[in-house]
Design a protein around this ligand. Structure first.
Ligand code: AMP
Ligand code: MG
Length: 423
């Protein structure tokens, strides 16, 4: 009877959406994900010096003002403004000086001046400083051209932050400048959410997990696991390496059990579609409350989302390009939400296109891109989703809308730098 088999007609776009299937727009999928996830609850106290990448679990309040006292912004001569006027001013110098860390204890009488250095607290009687380059002195008197502006070259106490003010809010991911701010405000310790633990599992019989082993012709080195573990680290989480499982439900089950025991979130790659060997989605469907979304995006085959023993599982596509893009678009904001930082979409920049493309309606597209020396977004020569070198070549993604779009050189497009995804 096989002589009567009639093959389906090949379509010219093999990634076109099958008729009669509901494809979820990216925005809807993101909204559902956002509504489904909850942040970690546990909080711990740590030294500010250890705070890089950690998420504040309560507002950080200034222990003191910055600057704590009025001080000089320059090296120069300080005096009371009220006793000076127009034209050349000649003020006798008091003995001694005011320097950072070496305050002047006395009072500077009106009509006198004092040598003062950057960062020195303004002594009693001083409210204005003239830059040393604008002065002449013989060591006993200082002369400058008046009038000086009242409070020139000084910093007011608390002009930056005042004592008791909220320096940084709950949910803030601490970066290097934040550590500077907290330290300046006398904050030694902060309460932060526990670090998120992200487990990563690769699946597929063809996968060789150990890069030092020789791969046979039908085998593929595991590209996804190092990539996803690195993303976890970049996202300030503790990575949990679940290694590799073949296309074997028992092995995948064991890995998911371990992942759900040791992590807050599991990223798997491969086996997420509905094919014969797609055991991740089969297992999640049978036991893991699967929501498999056919998301209207390219690249990206169905993204399987499920709970395994209460732990969210992102079943990413096996294809490294699709796995990467799905991780950035879906896992990144999810990780931010779960870590306590709140849902965080990428910062996008509108830039002129440096390429031509007739984009069809129906799916949002992400192109591997970088900004050329002319300031335009270049895209990788091939859109083929097997081209891992393009991920590495790129410095970000160009996001094209769900609708059709005709792009010519100069057309404004959205560029999402890798750095906007925390990379
Ligand atoms: P799958 O989603 O399992 O159908 O896999 C899609 C494609 O991605 C296949 O060509 C796989 O060989 C490939 N693939 C799956 N997992 C990985 C991985 N960890 N590293 C590199 N390629 C992979
Ligand atoms: Mg597979």
């Amino acid at each position: 009877m096989s002589g009567h088999l009639i093959p389906p007609r090949l379509r010219d776009d093999c990634f076109a959406m099958p008729q009669g299937v509901d494809w979820v727009p990216v925005e809807d999928a993101l909204a559902r994900l956002r509504a489904a996830l909850v942040p970690v609850e546990q909080v711990e106290e740590i030294a500010v010096a250890d705070g890089l990448g950690r998420v504040l679990a309560e507002p950080a309040l200034a222990h003191r003002s910055n600057p704590p006292r009025a001080n000089s912004a320059v090296d120069g001569y300080g005096f009371a403004h009220a006793a000076t006027g127009e034209g050349v001013q000649r003020l006798p110098l008091v003995a001694g000086r005011a320097a950072a860390g070496q305050p002047y204890d006395g009072t500077v009488p009106a009509g006198h001046a004092i040598r003062i250095l950057t960062g020195a607290i303004l002594p009693e009687g001083v409210d204005t400083v003239v830059l040393e380059e604008d002065c002449a002195t013989d060591g006993a008197t200082v002369a400058f051209d008046g009038p000086a502006k009242p409070r020139a070259n000084t910093r007011k106490a608390g002009e930056d932050v005042s004592e008791g003010a909220v320096a940084l809010p709950t949910g803030r991911v601490l970066r290097a400048p934040d550590l500077a701010l907290l330290s300046a405000l006398g904050i030694a310790r902060v309460r932060v959410f526990r670090k998120l633990r992200i487990a990563v599992l690769s699946t597929g019989d063809e996968i060789v997990a150990d890069p030092s082993r020789t791969a046979l012709p039908h085998q593929i080195y595991d590209a996804n696991r190092p990539m996803l573990l690195a993303l976890a680290r970049k996202w300030d989480a503790d990575p949990v390496d679940l290694g590799h499982a073949g296309d074997d439900p028992a092995a995948i089950r064991r890995a998911l059990d371990r992942g759900s025991a040791e992590a807050d979130l599991i990223l798997t790659s491969g086996g997420a579609s509905a094919g014969d060997e797609d055991h991740v989605s089969a297992l999640l469907r049978a036991e893991g409350k699967l929501t498999s979304w056919r998301i209207a995006m390219k690249p990206g085959r169905p993204l399987a989302l499920a709970l395994w023993q209460g732990v969210p599982v992102f079943g990413l596509p096996g294809n490294p390009v699709a796995a990467f893009v799905c991780a950035l678009i879906f896992a990144r904001p999810a990780v931010a939400l779960m870590s306590g930082a709140g849902w965080t979409g990428p910062l996008a920049f509108t830039v002129p296109a440096g390429f031509t493309k007739a984009k069809k309606a129906g799916r949002r597209e992400y192109l591997r891109a970088r900004i050329g020396s002319d300031g335009r977004a270049e895209v990788f020569a091939s859109e083929g989703s097997g081209r891992i070198s393009g991920l590495s070549w790129a410095e970000g993604l160009v996001e094209l809308p769900d609708d059709a779009m005709d792009i010519a050189p100069g057309t404004p497009v959205m560029f999402l730098p890798y750095s906007a995804f925390g990379l």
